[in-house]
Design a protein around this ligand. Structure first.
Ligand code: BJW
Ligand code: ZN
Length: 271
């Protein structure tokens, strides 16, 4: 007989309550309940309807800058209307219950920070930032879009060099992740007691290796996802369900555990 979700949530909360350093590693699934499509869920996933080679590679951008630009403008409009959901808020809430929480996210939507998480490492960049495609003033060469005249249909040119196109500061296939972000992520993976992996298929490297790294260094891995995937075999506890429903239950259970701790043990000492 399998274990029920309730029992798994209780076990997960118990593990998490003992963590000195909790690392959350999130993917597109956590933002799905904010109305943002994931990449690989059929039939709504972005890659079911758009070609990643064309839209998320340097080669694709070089070939059709206007096409890629307008696709990102369309997604930026969608994201500007999106709000954090109960899953994001539950992750932010964990900071109030534990000594230290760091969020490593593959998402470019900024919703963790918007929900109140204070330490968020953006592994694949952010759709709120832009840079010169040629990085004419170093890597990256940031560009403030508000200072430019542009339309949604035509990729503007960099105001510094006038040659390179303006592009979103996100990580495309074949590009290196920001060095500071990925180094910090792997260091944290090796240091954490528990890694909470939420809403990622575990297909895209190097982010997909973070739970494996954490596990090898002795951490326990808890996964939240409606469907089992490539991370699931590495998970000590698999919480099957949408993160907007499961995570608030984990937080509620954590509160109950904290509340019932003997005097003096329910202070987290968080700073
Ligand atoms: C829910 C839910 C709910 C649903 N609640 N959950 C072989 C060939 C060629 C390349 C490679 C290769 N092997 C490895 C590579 C490298 C490549 C890679 O990994 N490719 C794989 C596809 C195989 N990686 C890279 O290129 C990376 N760079 C790199 O490795 O540099 C070194 C290098 C350089 C040169 C050569 C080789 C190496 C860069 C990767 C950049 C990824 N970029 C994107 C686009 C970002 C910008 C944008 O948004 O437009 O990042 S692709 C896309 O995938 C996006 C995501 O961050 C990323 C991960 O997706 P994620 O988050 O896992 O989403 P999904 O849709 O896959 O899964 C959603 C999950 O949610 C599912 O599990 C659902 O069940 C779940 N879910 N509802 C909770 N309510
Ligand atoms: Zn430039």
């Amino acid at each position: 007989m399998g274990t029920s979700l309730e029992q798994n949530i209780e076990q997960a909360a118990c593990l998490i309550s003992q963590a000195t350093l909790l690392v959350v590693s999130s993917g597109a699934g956590i933002s799905k309940e904010s109305g943002i499509p994931t990449f690989r869920d059929a039939p709504t996933g972005l890659w079911a309807n758009y070609n990643p080679e064309q839209l998320a590679t340097r080669h694709g951008f070089r070939r059709s800058p206007d096409l890629v630009w307008s696709w990102y403008m369309m997604r930026r409009d969608l994201l500007s209307e999106a709000r954090p959901n109960p899953g994001h808020y539950a992750v932010a809430e964990l900071e109030r219950l534990l000594p230290r929480v760091v969020v490593l996210t593959q998402n470019i939507d900024g919703l963790h920070a918007q929900a109140g998480s204070s330490d968020v490492v953006e592994l694949h960049g952010s759709i709120r930032r832009f840079k010169c495609f040629d990085n004419c003033r170093g890597d990256p060469t940031p560009i403030d879009l508000e200072t430019l005249e542009y339309t949604h249909d035509v990729a503007p040119r960099c105001p510094h060099c006038g040659v390179g196109y303006v592009r979103p500061d996100v990580v495309w296939f074949g590009e290196m992740l920001p060095a500071g972000a990925i180094d910090r992520a792997f260091t944290l993976a090796r240091l954490c007691d528990v890694m909470l992996v939420i809403g990622t298929s575990g297909i895209v490297q190097p982010a997909a290796s973070l739970p494996v790294e954490a596990k090898q260094a002795g951490a326990r891995v808890v996964e939240v996802n409606p469907e089992p995937g490539l991370i699931t075999p590495h998970a000590d506890i698999f919480l099957q369900g949408p993160s907007g429903e499961v995570l608030p239950q984990v937080v509620a259970m954590l509160r109950a555990i904290r509340g019932s701790a003997p005097d003096g043990q329910n202070q987290t000492g968080a700073s």
